[in-house]
Design a protein around this ligand. Structure first.
Ligand code: UD1
Length: 350
């Protein structure tokens, strides 16, 4: 199948792309490189060759808000008699802090970019999509409560609001176009780790906002110590609990969701993608230290604004519907994250 992947040079994008290529799909990859590196695409190609994968990909440098740019990709693929059959839509801005500072930028990039994409898909009769949403849209339900897909949606920052808004637009499209669109919305929990080759991984611009990239920076002596945000949360060790999932398990869920969609005339499939297992900040730090035999100095600071003590998925629906099980443990995630940073101390070549 020929699949378009937006944001394909990013962290989730490169890992999803290699999984799709391995499964025999040809890809059209779009990325604007405002938050990713051209070197990631070179690495993807290198990895594809090492793994002796025959499927091919093309890269298109551009922005989803540019309708002409999008139309050309769809029309060229139509002319080639091998039209794009499905879209995996990952592109979007994702920093919570920036979204609070620049809300209009987030609404423009994320929501307007998505609307443009959906319009062009409709025009070219490509109506199969997997959209990358986030657990951040859920309202906090209390400690030890697993979040299922019917949990209340109440995002607390503009980034989360744009994700919830795009979900609503897709749900409206589904209602208005019965028997036409096949839509899957994947609500990611906390993807971490890297491809086991160490050739692709997460390389955030500037100071990392998220825990795992912050840990690997400390482990490789690029930052002196990890700041742990809060020691008095109502959890087992006082640090916040999350549901970390290996990025390759997440990548696989995209392809399985797409295959599942193709079995139906029309479908709206909303799934949590997590492991269902809670891990505290200290658990993650200690596992990383012991499995990789390295040091992670840390100190405690005040809680980060907008954080919750416990965010863990009820992932039963995804396991059942996709016949999918996250295979990698927290140890695997730590081993692969360490392998990535050891092989690429400064991330991708800049
Ligand atoms: C964060 C975002 C969420 C986004 C997700 C993926 C917030 C409030 N939430 O989720 O919207 O979808 O990233 O991009 O920003 N921590 C530390 N020290 C650090 C970094 C993090 O102690 O240097 C703690 C955090 O307080 C949190 C846990 O580690 O308790 C996980 O943090 P993070 O990796 O940022 O993920 P989320 O907070 O789940």
């Amino acid at each position: 199948m020929r699949i378009l992947i937006t944001g394909g040079a990013g962290y989730i994008g490169t890992h999803t792309a290699i999984n799709l290529l391995e499964n025999g799909n040809d890809l059209e990859i779009i990325d604007s490189f405002i938050n990713s590196y051209p070197a990631a695409i070179k690495r993807l190609n290198y990895l594809k060759n090492i793994l002796k994968i025959d499927s091919k990909f093309n890269i298109h440098n551009g922005d989803l808000r540019n309708q002409k740019f999008l139309e050309k990709i769809f029309s060229d693929s139509k002319k080639s008699n091998n039209p794009i059959e499905a879209v995996i839509h990952l592109a979007g801005l994702k920093s919570v802090g920036d979204s609070i500072r620049f809300p209009e930028k987030y609404w423009d990039f994320n929501v307007n970019g998505s609307i443009n994409l959906f319009k062009v898909m409709e025009k070219y009769e490509c109506r199969n999509i997997v959209f990358s949403s986030s657990a951040t849209i859920y309202k906090y339900q209390g400690k030890e409560v697993l979040l299922d897909e019917n949990s209340v949606i109440e995002p607390t920052n503009p980034y989360g609001q744009t994700k919830a808004e795009i979900e609503k637009i897709l749900q409206d499209i589904n209602k208005e176009n019965v028997n036409k669109w096949r839509i899957s919305i994947l609500r990611y929990f906390n993807p971490i780790g890297a491809h086991s080759s160490g050739l692709i991984g997460e390389d955030p611009f500037g100071e990392p906002n998220n825990l795992f990239p912050a840990i690997i920076k400390v482990s490789s002596n690029q930052t002196r110590e990890l700041k742990i945000f809060g020691y008095d949360w109502p959890t087992i060790d006082g640090t916040a609990v999350r549901d970390y999932i290996h990025v390759m398990d997440l990548a696989k869920a995209h392809y399985l969701a797409l295959l599942k969609l193709m079995e139906f005339e029309s479908k709206l499939l909303i799934l949590n993608i997590g492991t269902g297992i809670g891990t505290s900040v200290l658990d993650l730090v200690n596992t990383f230290k012991s499995i990789n035999k390295c040091d992670i100095p840390y100190s405690f600071t005040e809680r980060r604004k907008g954080d919750f003590p416990y965010v863990v998925a009820d992932n039963k629906m995804a396991e059942k519907i996709l016949n999918w099980k996250p295979r990698n443990t927290i140890e695997d995630m730590c081993i692969d994250g360490w392998n990535w940073i050891k092989k690429n101390p400064s991330g991708y070549p800049k």
